[in-house]
Structures are given as structure tokens and as C-alpha cells.
Design a protein around this ligand. Structure first.
Ligand SMILES: C[S@@+](CC[C@H](N)C(=O)[O-])C[C@H]1O[C@@H](n2cnc3c(N)ncnc32)[C@H](O)[C@@H]1O
Length: 304
């Protein structure tokens, strides 16, 4: 089977969003092939998952700053040699031949399947906000190597882009790529500072808030005080999993808990909405992800 535009619209499941021409061309050119698992393969996958849950897994949190710095520094060194922006795509996007699509585990032989599929969805959803003539400030928090930002800038060059991260090599990469209009800056979710103002900006995060467990209260206060125009998250969100009735959801939830990923964030936002402090515009489960985690539920909100 081959990923087509209908697959992307099925993932997004909303007529609010339209796939732009550049993304349509990538879908056609990339030709992402996949097959659903048969029963024997699925059973083997479940067994692997259970083994993984019994292993010592890397745990997210404050102690990971040095590890993120070194990881992105490897991409930086590769980029310095190749000068190819593809060197900045994190290697975790090409680690497994299994991934999740439409709620099921699939097998793929296509290199970078995980990344390419993800980029179509991220670009289509962000495109709704960025496809405007008037220049805006666009900020990615936890941007890592900045590869999502660079794609947005190629599609919508009228905006000013900022990539924030607590890993120093993230800022070094953005400097090295020397792209006018994209600036890197230090930012730590655990202790947010105002070195890049977020007021009226379009702020987004992709699989980075996941790294802070339950320690997001200062970040939320920071956002409320700074009053961005819109905050868009593509993050693993435990609250959407049906752990009573769905085996994969149960395992994803266990995996996130074991790795100390984001916990209670959506519930906290919903409480703030009830208090009239913020408005949530969209909460949308996208039913795709990598081998062990459905990592990209969409939440869009803003302070009132
Ligand atoms: C899984 S990577 C995601 C990177 C990129 N957004 C992507 O989609 O590939 C997590 C990112 O979050 C950053 N990060 C983790 N904890 C952070 C914190 N406390 N403050 C700021 N950035 C953090 C890491 O340095 C890393 O770049």
C-alpha cells in the first residue's frame, strides 16, 4: 500500500485543513510504501513491546540536557561535512521498520517513512496558520536541530522564525545553517525566561513538551503571561488513550509512564479553560506514530 493524500486527510480528519501543493508533491514523490502486520507479526510485536517495558528505558527530565546536546551535536558535525539539511533529521525517525498508522501497527521498507509521514501532517496543520500574507513571528519550542522550522521557512518565507531549546547544540546548528530569518535561542521549559518574546507569536512544539513529565506549570504560566496568538502542540497525550479497551493504547500509556513522558497536561489545560483563563480550539488524536508510541496528538489553544 502507498500513502496518498486521502491517508493524510484521514489522519487529520477535519475539513479545516488543506494539503498545500508543496506537500502534495512530496507525497507523490516519496511514494511511502507499507503493509499491515499479519497475526503472527503482530503477536511478535506485542511480545517485543512487553520485553521493552521490562527493560531499563531512558527516562525524560532535567538530567537529559547533556544527552540532547551531544545527540544534536552529532547531527551538527554531519551537517558541517555534508551541508545537506537532511543531515539534520533526527536518526530516531529512521530507527524501526514498524510504525503506527490509522491506529494499527504497519511494516515499511521505505527509508524515513516515519519522518516523511509526520512532516506531511505537521506541515498541513501548521500551514493553516502560516499561509498568510502578513508576516508573523513563529516560534518552535524544543526545536532540536530546527528541521521543522526550516521546512516551514521554505514554504512560508514571509515570517520570522525562532527555534528555542535547552540544548546548546540546537542554537549552534541554527547559527551554522546561516538562514536569514531563522534565529536560535536558549529556552528551558523548567525555568522559562523572556529572551524571546512570545506575544502575538504562533508557538508550536513537536515531541518536546513530552520530555517534561508533570513539570509544565511554570511553562503554562509563562505562556499565559506572554499571550501568544496560538499555541499548537504535536505531543503524546496520555488522556486520549482508551486503556480499558484498547491493547495498543494500554501499552503506549505504560511506555509513556515508564519513560516519564508528559502526564496530565491536557487535563490541566481543560481545567484552565473551565476557569476562563484559556481557550482550547482543537484536541485531535491523529492515530499515527512510531513503533512504541503514538506521539502526536494535536492540541491548539491560546490564553484568553
Ligand atoms: C524528541 S526531541 C524533539 C525535537 C524536535 N522538536 C523534533 O520534532 O524532532 C525533544 C527536544 O526537546 C528538547 N527539550 C527537552 N527538555 C527540554 C527543556 N526542559 N527545555 C527545552 N527544551 C527541552 C530537547 O533538547 C530536544 O531537542
Amino acid at each position: 500500500m502507498i500513502i496518498d493524500e486521502q491517508d493524510i486527510m484521514r489522519i487529520i480528519d477535519s475539513s479545516q485543513y488543506q494539503i498545500n501543493d508543496a506537500v502534495k508533491q512530496r507525497i507523490k514523490k516519496d511514494n511511502l510504501e507499507y503493509e499491515p502486520l499479519n497475526q503472527t507479526e503482530f503477536n511478535k510485536y506485542i511480545l517485543d513491546f512487553l520485553h521493552v517495558l521490562n527493560d531499563d528505558l531512558v527516562v525524560a527530565g532535567r538530567d537529559r540536557q547533556v544527552a540532547w546536546h551531544s545527540g544534536w551535536n552529532e547531527n551538527l558535525q554531519e551537517y558541517i561535512v555534508t551541508r545537506d539539511l537532511d543531515s539534520l533529521i533526527p536518526k530516531y525517525h529512521n530507527k524501526n521498520i514498524l510504525a503506527k498508522l490509522h491506529g494499527q501497527i504497519i511494516r515499511t521498507e521505505t527509508q524515513w517513512f516515519d519522518y516523511k509521514l509526520h512532516s506531511y501532517v505537521v506541515d498541513t496543520i501548521l500551514g493553516k496558520h502560516l499561509n498568510t500574507a502578513s508576516p508573523a513571528k513563529v516560534v518552535e519550542i524544543g526545536c532540536g536541530t530546527g528541521y521543522h522550522l526550516f521546512r516551514q521557512q521554505d514554504q512560508f518565507p514571509q515570517h520570522k522564525y525562532f527555534g528555542l531549546d535547552f540544548a546548546r547544540s540546537s542554537q549552534e546548528i541554527i547559527k551554522e545553517t546561516n538562514r536569514p530569518g531563522v534565529t536560535g535561542a536558549y529556552f528551558n521549559y523548567f525555568n522559562p525566561t523572556r529572551n524571546v518574546r512570545l506575544t502575538d507569536a504562533i508557538v508550536y512544539s513537536v515531541a518536546s513538551l513530552e520530555q517534561i513529565g508533570e513539570d509544565y506549570h511554570k511553562f503554562i504560566q509563562h505562556i499565559i503571561a506572554q499571550r501568544p496568538k496560538m499555541v499548537i502542540h504535536f505531543e503524546p497525550i496520555k488522556e486520549v488513550f482508551d486503556t480499558e479497551n484498547n491493547l495498543l493504547d494500554y501499552l503506549h500509556h505504560k511506555y509513556m509512564t515508564k519513560r516519564k513522558y508528559l502526564h496530565g497536561y491536557l487535563t490541566t489545560l481543560q481545567s484552565l479553560e473551565k476557569l476562563g483563563v484559556i481557550k482550547i480550539y482543537d484536541t485531535r488524536r491523529l492515530h499515527y506514530g512510531s513503533k512504541f508510541i503514538e506521539g502526536h496528538t494535536l492540541i491548539q489553544w491560546s490564553p484568553i
